[in-house]
Ligand binder design. Structure first.
Ligand code: ADP
Ligand code: SF4
Ligand code: MG
Length: 254
């Protein structure tokens, strides 16, 4: 089982990228589990027809100890196993604590043993990399971290902070930084700016994803691009990203 965490600033395109990546991985025959770790709880929306699925935190609050896997997991397009950690009531509680509770519950319910996902992808908000939001980096929850960024200052600032957080745990052999995913916003010199950042962070840009209105078109249909427009150039880009992730998985196993 390979576990990857995809971090990035809010609104940068994490969920879009992660959902398309999950769907692309599923198209290659992989069993994929996608876990949304953003209080927005819309990570898996485009895999389940544009609706929202019950969050783990909310379900735990309602059903407590009687919560079952079927209450919190929805099988989405391509068989992707979809989960959302959820978030606290605004102004009360800790979002990071929610992520921890969600992870603990998945372990208690033996989610990984029962469904045997080959690839688990955590879609994590990276604006604040506090202890809670760093949870997917800790204690072996993820092997590798990828950061979605554009060339905008604020998203590169967040990327830099996330990379620092990853390094905090690297000496304990937890997660390592796999690279940056450049989700373009078409700003001036974007490629050069993100290339410079990757050098500063001692990593590389593993995928360039252009800005493309087909993403919204698919979103309006409640679908990923890979599901709705499999022959489009954009689907090929997400498939390409999936192949890179699979290749790394195979290389690491050697
Ligand atoms: P995040 O999960 O980082 O908060 P989302 O994935 O929800 O961000 O994306 C925010 C918005 O940006 C969405 O409306 C999505 O359609 C759009 N978007 C993301 N990536 C692209 C892209 N490559 N081209 C066009 N629109 C995109
Ligand atoms: Fe929780 Fe992080 Fe918010 Fe602190 S900053 S309350 S640890 S989510
Ligand atoms: Mg999101």
């Amino acid at each position: 089982m390979k576990k990857i965490a995809i971090y990035g600033k809010g609104g940068i395109g994490k969920s879009t990228t992660v959902s398309n990546l999950s769907r692309a991985l599923a198209a290659t025959g992989k069993t994929v589990m996608q876990i949304g770790c953003d209080p927005k709880a819309d990570s898996t929306k485009s895999l389940v027809g544009g609706k929202r699925i019950p969050t783990i935190l909310h379900t735990l609050k309602e059903k407590k100890k009687s919560t079952k896997l079927e209450d919190i997991m929805v099988v989405g397009d391509g068989g992707v196993l979809c989960l959302e950690a959820g978030g606290p009531t605004p102004g009360i509680g800790c979002a990071g604590r929610g992520i921890i509770s969600a992870f603990e519950l998945l372990e208690e319910l033996n989610a990984y043993e029962i469904y045997k996902p080959e690839i688990v992808i955590y879609d994590v908000l990276g604006d604040v990399v506090c202890g809670g939001f760093a949870m997917p980096l800790r204690k072996g929850y993820s092997d590798e971290v990828f950061i979605v960024t554009s060339g905008e200052m604020m998203s590169m600032y967040a990327a830099s902070n996330i990379a620092k957080a990853v390094r905090q745990f690297s000496n304990r052999e937890y997660a390592s930084l796999g690279g940056l995913i450049l989700n373009a916003k078409n700003i001036e010199n974007e490629g050069e700016l993100v290339k410079k950042l990757s050098t500063e962070l001692d990593t590389s840009i593993i995928q360039y994803i252009p800005r493309n209105p087909i993403v919204q078109k698919a979103e309006n249909l409640g679908k990923t691009v890979v599901e709705a427009f499999p022959d489009d150039e954009m689907s090929k880009i997400y498939m390409d990203l999936a192949q890179k992730i699979i290749k790394e998985e195979n290389d690491n196993e050697k």
